[in-house]
Design a protein around this ligand. Structure first.
Ligand SMILES: C[C@@](CO)(OP(=O)(O)O)[C@H](O)COP(=O)(O)OP(=O)(O)OC[C@H]1O[C@@H](n2ccc(N)nc2=O)[C@H](O)[C@@H]1O
Ligand SMILES: Nc1ncnc2c1ncn2[C@@H]1O[C@H](COP(=O)(O)OP(=O)(O)O)[C@@H](O)[C@H]1O
Length: 310
């Protein structure tokens, strides 16, 4: 029996998210400025008699129950893609213990982080030696956000969000995250955006390719959170708010509590609020908690997928 392997991977926010044209495969061309956050998922893998997934963590019991524990969990699919890459016909079953710190179905890539951690952990457990490029390709096939969960830091993603270029020397940003009780389905939010675009006479298949956000990149390097705040934008936000109107109330509560800006994270419904400093993030989180919100202060950029001390 081999020793357990533990790997951690970060949740993310999209500091900027532009949605271009709907493609024939049902995906949209996007431009995403991702930032990995210091909120990490931890996945421990052990050889087992059968495939098993257990989920625990700092998030609510309802959220934990929303995570599938069968073959449809991304960690099991990740292991099977490693087996395929390494040409292992009858892979030895794996027990996965997932410790979640990222809100579920919140637009923060928690499932993608679990998958990224599982790819690395199973690769190590089975000693397959699948190399970096093959691993990244397998990641992209499992989900558009998984290559970024492997990479971490701050990066621009184009294509489906999976063609990545790191942005170096990004100053630390302090965020407050407010998860909602219910989740939003990613495909549903994209479909709602297409519907809203069509209703105002835009053809969702003819949206121009998003341009490089030079001003945002300069602001990220300058360390001026106020400049970053001016350049936050998420094309999916209007669709997420249309599906869950109370998001506007949460965003206003964040601004009233002192946030420089508030936006829906990715496909939502988590709201990400940018703070001027760590002290400001803690103060905003305290104000919001007093009003009954769950509010999590954190920061980015954080490291990508990492082996923990095994
Ligand atoms: C919106 C974003 C922003 O980072 O993530 P979340 O905020 O949900 O975490 C991503 O684009 C989601 O990435 P991810 O959740 O990995 O997507 P996938 O599993 O590959 O795809 C789920 C579904 O989302 C839609 N999808 C995803 C990516 C993309 N570029 N265009 C799309 O239209 C498709 O309907 C697809 O079937
Ligand atoms: N390991 C996993 N963790 C969370 N969700 C998972 C996992 N595997 C599959 N899922 C499914 O993926 C959906 C999206 O979850 P998640 O990645 O947390 O959110 P988002 O795509 O909004 O960032 C969930 O509703 C859940 O059913």
């Amino acid at each position: 029996m081999s020793n357990p392997v533990t790997v951690s991977a970060p949740g993310k926010i999209n500091i900027l998210f532009k949605v271009g044209a709907l493609q024939s495969d049902g995906y949209h061309e996007v431009l995403s400025v991702y930032q990995a956050l210091d909120l990490r998922e931890i996945v421990t893998v052990t050889s087992s008699e059968s495939w098993q997934v257990t989920v625990s963590g700092a998030i609510s019991a309802e959220q934990i129950q929303a995570v599938p524990t069968g073959e449809d969990n991304l960690v099991v699919r990740a292991a099977k893609s490693i087996a395929e890459l390494a040409k292992i016909e009858n892979p030895h079953p794996v027990n996965f213990e997932i410790t979640k710190n990222v809100p579920v179905a919140g637009g923060m890539g928690g499932g993608s982080a679990d998958a990224a951690a599982a790819l690395l952990a199973v690769d190590e457990l089975w000693c397959t030696g699948v190399d970096g490029e093959a691993l990244i390709k397998a990641a992209a096939e499992l989900g558009a956000d998984i290559p970024f969960a492997l990479l971490g830091g701050t990066a621009i993603g184009v294509g489906k969000g999976d063609h990545l270029e790191s942005i170096d020397n990004v100053a630390r940003l302090h965020w407050v995250l407010v998860p909602m009780d219910a989740g939003l389905s990613t495909p549903r939010v994209y479909a709602k955006l297409d519907e809203m675009r069509a209703a105002r006479g835009e053809d969702p298949r003819q949206i121009p390719t998003p341009v490089q956000p030079e001003q945002l990149i300069a602001a990220l390097k300058s360390g001026d959170a106020r400049e970053v705040a001016k350049n936050l934008h998420n094309d999916l936000q209007e669709a997420a708010i249309a599906l869950m109107p109370e998001l506007s109330i949460t965003m206003h509560a964040g601004l009233a509590a002192g946030a420089l800006a508030a936006m829906v994270s990715g496909s939502g419904p988590t709201v990400a609020m940018l703070a001027e400093s760590q002290a400001a993030a803690e103060s905003i989180a305290n104000h919001l908690a007093f009003e009954g919100y769950i509010a999590i202060p954190t920061y980015g950029p954080a490291k990508g997928t990492l082996m923990e001390h095994n």
